[in-house]
Design a protein around this ligand. Structure first.
Ligand code: 5RP
Length: 236
């Protein structure tokens, strides 16, 4: 099995496991990315085939579109008083359940929705596990477009190596769902993720960064047993 097929299978395994945790009547935060998309599709299947009644709170245009295509009723945060459970992917996960998110540029809304959930369930394949955050993935930072220059300077001053995220099949920078720009910052070492999360958000012009420290309740990791079967490892 190729690397891409393996990852897809493990993402699917984690997504399906997370959807089993969703109860009838729940208000559900709908994450962004390829793993969250698999969870939304499975949730839609349960709505259609099992008569499950839920309300989805999307974290992005992507999540909203997939939810609607799958027959899931969506609402905004103004319409609900709580979120029971949120299911979302991640770019990196450490052993303390801290995350880097924002590979899809949706971390700002994701942090709001996932952070409000009584239970925030993270769905990943085993390639996302790291000993230390920042090992493989830069920290995404959403920035007001007019503040890009000074924010880049500050990030360099903090020891980071910032790069403006550029579009694919779109010339120029990526624009977030909120109309902002994204900077991906590589840090030589992230010793204290909680402090870095706070310090990044203290920079004037920064809207939100992709470090999610102390927010996740459960991590569901799709992995493989010795016989090549897809299994779940769960961190509570
Ligand atoms: C989007 C995210 C995604 O959850 C993260 O990038 C993981 O994506 P995928 O499930 O496609 O690997 O944070 O902003």
């Amino acid at each position: 099995m190729g690397k891409i097929d393996r990852e897809k299978r493990l993402k699917e395994r984690a997504a399906l496991e997370a959807v089993k945790m969703i109860r009838d009547g729940a208000i559900v935060g709908l994450g962004t990315g390829s793993t969250a998309a698999l969870a939304i599709a499975e949730l839609g299947r349960r709505v259609r085939e099992d008569g499950l009644e839920i309300i989805g709170i999307p974290t992005s245009y992507q999540a909203a579109m997939i939810a609607r295509a799958n027959g899931i009723v969506t609402r905004t945060l103004d319409d609900v008083s709580k979120i029971d459970i949120a299911v979302d992917g991640a770019d990196e996960v450490d052993s303390e359940k801290n995350l880097i998110k924002g590979g899809g540029g949706a971390h700002t809304r994701e942090k709001v929705v996932d952070g409000l959930a009584d239970q925030f369930v993270v769905v990943v394949d085993d390639s996302k596990l790291v000993e230390r955050l920042g090992e493989k993935f830069p920290v995404p930072v959403e920035v007001l477009p007019f503040a890009i220059g000074p924010v880049m300077k500050k990030l360099r001053g903090m020891g980071g190596n910032p790069a403006l995220r550029m579009g694919v099949k779109k010339d120029g920078p990526v624009i977030s769902d909120q109309g902002n720009m994204l900077i991906d910052v590589r840090f030589p070492e992230i010793e204290d993720p909680a402090a870095l999360e706070r310090n990044l958000n203290d920079i004037p012009g920064v809207v939100e960064n992709g470090l999610f420290v102390g927010l996740a309740h459960v991590i569901l990791i799709g992995t493989m047993d010795q016989r090549g079967g897809a299994i779940i490892r769960r961190i509570d």
